[in-house]
Design a protein around this ligand. Structure first.
Ligand code: KG4
Ligand code: ZN
Length: 318
């Protein structure tokens, strides 16, 4: 079964063709990220205008690269929520019109759920076995930090979330106050590799009795530190900040696996690309006999393959 996926929830305009819920035959992403960099964050008006300009060619390219036409597509899956409303409207309107004209079923997909589902995606030469459910899902992106108890693709319970900033948002805000530009995650990830000493210890928010997260105190601690120490080392601050985020994310995710008695952990979203988080989770999970799955790098950030993949699984459950 071929599903055409469409994703336009933020600054990416993406389309993909996915076979049987996991085999990615094409994955096209156009991004307006560079245009937002000068503003230090996403400008919704710019994002939706670029979506309108590129949606048609992105969808055409996805079909071409998969060597199919609409005739071979069994259903169209589109991100319905959450996201910037102007951006979402572009994808949803386009998908609805296409589904109506081509007489295909339309499947509405939740973007956050699709982020953990990305662990199931396989590109052309990737023949690794597919993971099993039940699992715990940790979604760490620019807009969300959520923990899910996943019994099945349509039986998912939110068990923890951030009470303030999302993990990716914390990376972006700290990068901004260190004058590192936007987005902050990749540059902090890179700099932290050169600043590996534990001289600075930033706080870890302990929210007793819950799986929730909080990153705004950490961000403020970084701000105060940089004000107080005029000649601080950017690499040290990047490292210590990242360590704090990695500690908290790892603790909560592993705790959830233990309490829910599951030995499968999915990690998804832009922050899942973070090398320190990947390393720590792999190591800790191994010690606890938990199998941790990350999407391949190209499926960590926003993409439409994850939307098509989850869309397939949802139609199968209907
Ligand atoms: O999932 P995503 O592409 O978009 C949302 O749905 O939000 O995530 C974008 C976020 C940004 O905040 C970015 O700074 C962060 O992911 N990010 C990273 C890394 N690469 C991207 N954070 C930490 N380390 C990285 N290597
Ligand atoms: Zn996302």
């Amino acid at each position: 079964m071929n599903i055409l996926g469409i994703e336009t929830s933020c600054d990416e305009t993406a389309a993909a063709v996915v076979r049987d819920g996991f085999k990615v035959d094409s994955n096209v992403v156009a991004s307006s990220l560079k245009e937002h960099a000068a503003f230090g964050g996403i400008i919704p008006e710019i994002a939706s205008r670029r979506q309108i300009e590129s949606i048609h060619s992105v969808v055409s390219q996805a079909l071409d690269q998969a060597k199919v036409t609409l005739k071979h597509i069994d259903a169209i899956a589109v991100t319905a929520k959450p996201g910037l409303i102007g951006s979402l409207l572009v994808g949803v309107s386009f998908a609805r019109a296409l589904a109506y004209a081509a007489k295909k079923p339309l499947i509405e997909v939740d973007h956050i759920q699709a982020h953990w589902y990305a662990c199931f995606l396989r590109s052309k030469n990737d023949n690794r076995p597919l993971p099993n459910l039940p699992a715990v899902g940790l979604v760490v992106s620019g807009g969300h930090t959520s923990l899910f108890d996943i019994k099945n693709v349509d039986r998912v319970k939110l068990i923890g979330k951030t009470r303030d900033d999302a993990a990716g948002e914390a990376f972006d805000k700290v990068a901004r106050l260190l004058n590192l530009g936007y987005p902050g995650g990749p540059v902090i990830d890179r700099l932290a590799k050169e600043g590996t000493n534990d001289q600075i210890r930033f706080p870890r928010a302990e929210l007793q009795g819950s799986y929730d997260f909080s990153f705004s105190g950490l961000k403020t601690a970084v701000l105060y530190y940089t004000r107080k120490h005029k000649n601080f080392s950017v690499k040290q601050v990047a490292y210590s900040f990242q360590e704090s985020v990695v500690d908290v994310l790892t603790d909560r995710a592993i705790l959830a696996c233990q309490r829910k008695r599951v030995n499968t952990l999915f990690v998804g979203g832009g922050v899942a690309a973070n090398s320190a988080l990947r390393e720590r989770l792999i190591q800790t999970a191994e010690e606890m006999d938990i199998k941790v799955y990350f999407p391949p790098m190209s499926f960590c950030l926003d993409n439409a393959a994850m939307i098509a993949g989850l869309g397939y699984r949802l139609t199968k459950r209907r």
